[in-house]
Design a protein around this ligand. Sequence first.
Ligand code: NAG
Ligand code: NAG
Ligand code: NAG
Ligand code: NAG
Length: 308
Amino acid sequence: MLKHKNDEIILILTFLLLVSNLCWLMSPKRVKECNTTRSTGKKNIQVFLLAGQSNMAGRGGVFRKVVGGNVTKVWDGFVPEECKPNRKIIRFNVAQKWEEAHEPLNYGIDCLSSCGLGPGMAFANEILKKDSKFGVIGLVPCARGGTGLDKWRNGSLPYGELVKRAKIAEKNDGIIRGLLWYHGESDVKGGNGYKDYKINLEKFIHDLRTDLNSPNLPILYVILPYPTKPFKGPYIEEVRAAQLAINIPNVIRIDAKGLQIGPDGIHLTTPAQVQLGHMFAHAFLTLNNFTLSNTYSFFKFFPSNIFS
Ligand SMILES: *[C@@H]1O[C@H](CO)[C@@H](O)[C@H](O)[C@H]1NC(C)=O
Ligand SMILES: *[C@@H]1O[C@H](CO)[C@@H](O)[C@H](O)[C@H]1NC(C)=O
Ligand SMILES: *[C@@H]1O[C@H](CO)[C@@H](O)[C@H](O)[C@H]1NC(C)=O
Ligand SMILES: *[C@@H]1O[C@H](CO)[C@@H](O)[C@H](O)[C@H]1NC(C)=O
């Protein structure tokens, strides 16, 4: 009887050991390691924020289509080789989850039907091409078409969403490496936005760095290309001048002058977005050359540059 009892105990212990091993094998931690979100508790996703207006949201390949007498805008669905998905590129979707990134990158953020090709995927692919050890790139699309700079101040929705998404991405294993910014199309059209564009852009940069607790956050931003007909942008010179005059450490200007613009006179074509993505990537890698050993102090002395 006693012997029998011992056998029973051994059997139960063996069973428990087996179960605990199974539990360990199937523990969420191990499952998560295989998850595309790579929730390993390490800050190993290289995060880039993408914000600004429609050209950052992406309108490459978007054309007007008349459906039953209604004019709509439709993306042609063409994805160049440079913008194809890559298992090392993920995006932070509208539900604030990491997922495999693919065009249209800004999908769900500010529009459903008219999102087209932007610079983000070409940027990330180019970084990985030039530096295969760069790691996983997490793109956080936050661009919104038609938003003047007054919409990008603290208290306004696009700004608030940018900060919020950046912080959540950071909590989900991200380390924020920079902001890609393409803005100004609304303010060249009229209103008062062009008058204080420089001051407001400086304030945006200052506030964003403050709110993200990242005083040296690399910011790569586009100097607007000249619009063409039929787009009316009488204040283009004023806005370009303001953008060119920004001189803040670790803020890099990228002049889009000369990039191909589509028939609406303001939105970059698909090939132009690919070129712009590469310009962003080269600018970042040049900057990144100096950041390898966390040389924050260096940034104080790092002059702004123009990559054109
Ligand atoms: C990864 O995890 C997220 C949230 O934990 C989940 O929604 C998603 O389906 C998972 N993906 C895979 C490929 O397991
Ligand atoms: C055109 O737009 C009107 C008004 O929004 C809508 O009621 C109608 O269904 C649309 N027609 C087609 C063919 O989409
Ligand atoms: C932005 O607004 C929030 C909420 O009012 C505030 O906590 C934060 O300090 C503001 N940031 C800056 C840079 O002023
Ligand atoms: C980074 O620095 C190395 C060594 O100075 C140089 O060879 C390389 O071209 C630089 N990369 C970029 C993208 O500027």
